[in-house]
Design a protein around this ligand. Structure first.
Ligand SMILES: Cc1ncc(C[n+]2csc(CCOP(=O)(O)OP(=O)(O)O)c2C)c(N)n1
Ligand code: SF4
Ligand SMILES: [Mg+2]
Length: 281
């Protein structure tokens, strides 16, 4: 008999700890399928975050490391630099990545570290009972914004793919969702592409997954999918925000060089007296 459906080898037998209707389980499976299909289990190293996916190290059968709050990209950087042949991915929620870990997120992307970030944007801190996150929509009710996010006080949500796509170290920035079978297939292609770009050494790669948190949204799993479609996807449109290969470059460094060539800035000391001026302080 032909097997048409089985648990990916890159997942352990441990039962997921996620609520019904939560996107985390689907994304875990997609990552595991990508690892299996690319045959990289022996090379893959995952970094688990804080948040509801804190136990990711229990669920993937590849090597896993637990990072402190927001530090997953820094840990990933160290592992990738120490073992360049590894395929390193951090798995982070929006509270972890876009709030406490924002500095690491920006600098790792700008340095073009050859890692893959899987970013679960569910517009809330799931783990802590639903705090407002940097991605919480204007007016969205959370435990810490019971009257709805007031942008006068809390500012506006951060669109991570749009933000990171401006950085020269980025080879791929793609936003997907996993709310329909078709979108799940697109999401899986994006994860595989990110791993492939990393293996080819093209630069930093991120796949943002617009996700559900029915529990802290106070909705049923089906209602949560409706809320995601009506509210989150218009605010966080899926799409490819940066793909250096599709733009005709060999890698992020080449794309960056093209930007620099268009700039008039070259050597600031050119034409100046070698001994002149300067501050010794
Ligand atoms: C202001 C603040 N800083 C740091 C923390 C520590 N902390 C606990 S859980 C968490 C992240 C949880 O949210 P998210 O990353 O969106 O993951 P989710 O649970 O939604 O999957 C953080 C940063 C906190 N709760 N509040
Ligand atoms: S609280 Fe939200 S993010 Fe956490 S497991 Fe439940 S549905 Fe998923
Ligand atoms: Mg979250």
């Amino acid at each position: 008999m032909t097997t048409v459906f089985k648990r990916p080898a890159a997942l352990t037998d441990r039962q997921f700890s996620y609520c019904p209707g939560c996107s985390h389980g689907i994304v875990h499976r997609l990552i595991a399928e990508a690892i299996d299909e690319l045959g990289i289990e022996g090379k893959a190293v995952g970094i688990a975050p804080v948040g509801c996916s804190v136990f990711a190290y229990e669920f993937f059968s590849c090597d896993m490391v637990q990072a402190a709050h927001g530090r997953a990209p820094a840990v990933a950087t160290g592992i990738k630099r120490a073992v360049p042949g590894s395929i390193v991915f951090s798995y982070q929620g929006d509270g972890d990545l876009a709030s406490i870990g924002m500095a690491e997120t920006i600098h790792v992307a700008s340095r073009g570290e050859k890692i893959t970030v899987i970013f679960i944007n569910n517009a809330i801190y799931g783990m802590t009972g639903g705090q407002m996150a940097p991605t919480t929509l204007p007016g969205q009710v959370t435990q810490t914004s019971p009257l709805g996010r007031d942008v006068e006080i809390a500012g506006y949500p951060i669109r991570i793919c749009e933000l990171l796509s401006t950085l020269d170290g980025v080879a791929l920035a793609e936003r997907v969702s996993v709310d329909t079978p078709r979108n799940i297939r697109t999401a899986k292609k994006a994860v595989k592409k990110a791993f492939e770009y990393q293996a080819e050494g093209l630069g930093y790669t991120i796949v943002e997954v617009v996700s559900t948190c029915p529990t802290n949204w106070g909705l049923s799993p089906v209602e949560a999918l409706g809320w995601l479609n009506e509210n989150l996807l218009p605010y966080y449109p899926p799409g490819v925000y940066r793909d250096v290969k599709a733009e005709g470059f060999a890698n992020a460094a080449e794309a960056s060089a093209a930007r620099l060539a268009a700039s008039s800035v070259a050597d600031p000391t050119a034409g100046k007296d070698a001994e002149g001026g300067g501050c010794n302080g």
